[in-house]
Design a protein. Sequence first.
Length: 433
Amino acid sequence: MVKTRDWTNWGATASCSPARVAVPSSEDEIAQAVKEAAREGLPVKVTGTGHSFTDIACTEGVRIALDRHDRVLSVDRDARTVTVQAGITLRRLAEELAANGLAQPNLGDIGEQTLAGAISTATHGTGAAFGTLSTQVKALRLVTADGSALDVTEHDPELLRAARVSIGALGVISQVTLQCEDAFNLHAIEQPAKLDDVLARWDDLVQRNEHFEFYWFPHTDVCMTKENNRTGEPPDPKSRFRTWLDDRLVANTVFGLACRIGRRWPRTVPRIAKLAGVLLSRTEEIDRSDRVFLTPRLVRFAEMEYAIPRAAAPDAVRAIKQFIETQGLIVSFPVEVRAVAPDDAFLSPAYGRDSAYVAVHMFQRVDFHRYFRAVETIMRELGGRPHWGKWHYRAAGDLRPAYPEWDRFLAVRDRLDPDRRFANAYLERVLGP
């Protein structure tokens, strides 16, 4: 254990001053940190790479950083499973899987997240037949409040359904076993389209493509659509220059500069957005799945994301558009819309229904509260559930009715952490004291 400086998350939307930090490299060291905290009456929280935007990982007690707990433990090529330490990042895991001829069935776009953080918050990609990343979990090991290790498997479905999306409330995830599949290539097409056309064809686009999403650029009628479908064709990736141009220069350097200009002179944002809409062009490639799914995100921001019934996505986007236009709000980031399959994890925002995830963003150090509160009102009226890793203003009293299995999760929490060793202000707010 060593003293640590104040910790701040990736988006600079939450920070804390823990009493100390533990950086374990093994499950035994995790258990030791939890036991020591218990003897001193200190709470414990785990941090990964800080890609959650709320204070979900903050603590004034012991912060456990899983930076060194990130090894691949075993690969079963026949069963297509992998067991890894929970601090491994999604990008590194993808490389390890590819070396063994395997892949995760689906991914989001940020590869720097740790696996533990991604499954605990129900992080997702897109695709009508694909659930959140937590649905890939076959088993995991938890270091619980007394420092003991607990195997969570399909033999105890109640516990597994709680632990797959645990928002850090049940213990420290030490290792995870994922159900993978044979490595595959994706045929990826990105192209501009008109917003009204995309909304009118939303259901068809979702059903026609294995993975479909779109970004709408506020202050314009322009979208960028992304269609990813499996193919048996050999890789035909974009050239290094085109990859640098699209993913580094335009999507990060130029976009970041535009956001900084917009932060300094907000009234320039609509003109910049319209210019960007004119410059968008079609791209097409075939590449290894993770190389298509994962894209660099160098421009920092704050984000809110809600899961709503899939059929409600067009209404949600139109309502957001109307609010921005009628209130004269300046928004430099696009609105992102994806589709996710239903699952049965007790606290999954996609629990029991075909879902659309609608995400809104604001550039770092730009006040986002007026925009996010308005979007949350829209989403709540549509039966929305917040992404646990993204900004929201909800509390236990109004979250409980949104989750049919809420009390079953709390019962598991009471059993595993009766003294609330893993509590913090965020969990007090969203789960109740």
